[in-house]
Write a protein that binds this ligand. Structure first.
Ligand SMILES: [Zn+2]
Ligand SMILES: [Zn+2]
Length: 335
């Protein structure tokens, strides 16, 4: 069964539809790329930055006991989710959540190889900068090499995957078709995942308004948009707000691609959100349960990972995040 995870929306039968943001939802009529024919790998990557050297250890290096101890050490730094209020994601969606143990028992394959970012549509300098910042953050977040591919022109999107928003009037692209027909076939053999990026608005199908992003829980493909995240051309606090929103959606969808479902236990970047306001209130980091999933499936060492994330936050004046990542690094340093 194919399961899609998306930003905003209503969850439907049979599939776990996961969300990050506002407005609308996704449904489960979307097909799967399972039978899609793979083509040879993507074209020459437009990397544009020096790779970060990553320390990795095999996933089985993190046994249950070690991860359980780690969770206990960082738990005091995290907030449990309170009761949802009317309009919140969990007020409208009866989601069970997913513990680390449930995730581990589902046996997601280890994550290795390159995580590809595929821009869709031409990007100006400020938008291009956002992609490179996302690549940098994702690399530090997952301990994977991230490559940014040359942008594909919008002409690759067929007419049936476009529409004009019924009330707002803007152009929108259909997420399911982008993932199955355009993105998934471009994931090279052995690649970790393929995550599309666009400045275009996205929608997940008839009856829905828009989504910020969507991902498959099993096919290692997803897409996210910065269309509603803010203006990347602005500076100062406005830029940092756009940056935080973009990064939250990027890591949320990418974590879905590695088979993690929505978090209902703590304030966490894997919480579903029903609105931009609710999304803005969520942190840019993983809670202990979700962190254990990512460490287990990627084989990362937690203190090194927090060091890299604190460094990113310091470079981009994300003060709250820098303080949190630094405290987390101290709590997870080997004793
Ligand atoms: Zn989601
Ligand atoms: Zn979580």
């Amino acid at each position: 069964m194919v399961r899609w995870a998306c930003s905003p929306g209503r969850c439907g039968v049979g599939l776990v539809v996961l969300a990050l943001t506002t407005g609308v939802g996704c449904d489960q009529r979307f097909g799967c790329a399972g039978g899609a024919t793979r083509v040879s790998g993507p074209g020459p990557a437009a990397r544009g930055r020096a790779p970060v050297r990553l320390e990795r250890s095999p996933p089985d290096a993190h046994d249950q006991v070690a991860l359980g101890a780690l969770v206990r050490r960082i738990e005091p730094l995290h907030e449990r989710l309170g009761r949802p209020s009317p309009g919140d994601w969990l007020w409208e969606h009866d989601e069970p959540g997913q513990t680390f143990e449930q995730y581990r028992r589902a046996s997601p394959p280890p994550v290795a190889g390159v995580l590809y970012l595929q821009p869709l549509g031409a990007l100006d300098e400020a938008e291009r900068r956002m992609v490179l910042l996302a690549a940098d953050y994702l690399e530090r977040f997952f301990g994977l090499q991230v490559e940014v591919e040359d942008a594909l022109p919008l002409s690759v999107v067929p007419t049936e995957a476009r529409r004009t928003h019924p009330s707002e009037g803007g152009r929108q692209l259909l997420t399911s078709q982008l993932m199955t027909d355009i993105l998934r076939p471009r994931l090279p053999e052995g690649g970790a995942a393929m995550l599309g990026f666009t400045t275009e608005d996205l929608w997940p199908g008839d009856g829905y308004n828009f989504v910020f992003g969507q991902a498959s829980l099993h096919d290692r493909v997803g897409i996210w948009s910065i269309h509603r995240a803010g203006d990347p051309h602005l500076g100062g606090e406005a830029f940092r707000t756009t940056l935080r929103r973009m990064l939250k959606t990027a890591v949320h969808e990418a974590t879905h691609m590695f088979a993690a479902e929505h978090c209902t236990a703590y304030a966490c970047v894997m919480n579903g959100s029903n609105s931009l306001e609710e999304s803005d209130a969520r942190p840019l980091w993983l809670c202990p349960e979700c962190l254990a999933k990512v460490l287990w499936v990627t084989g990362q060492e937690p203190a090194q990972r927090y060091f890299r994330l604190a460094d990113f936050a310091r470079r981009h004046q994300l003060e709250r995040e820098e303080a949190f990542f630094s405290r987390s690094m101290e709590a997870t340093e080997p004793r």
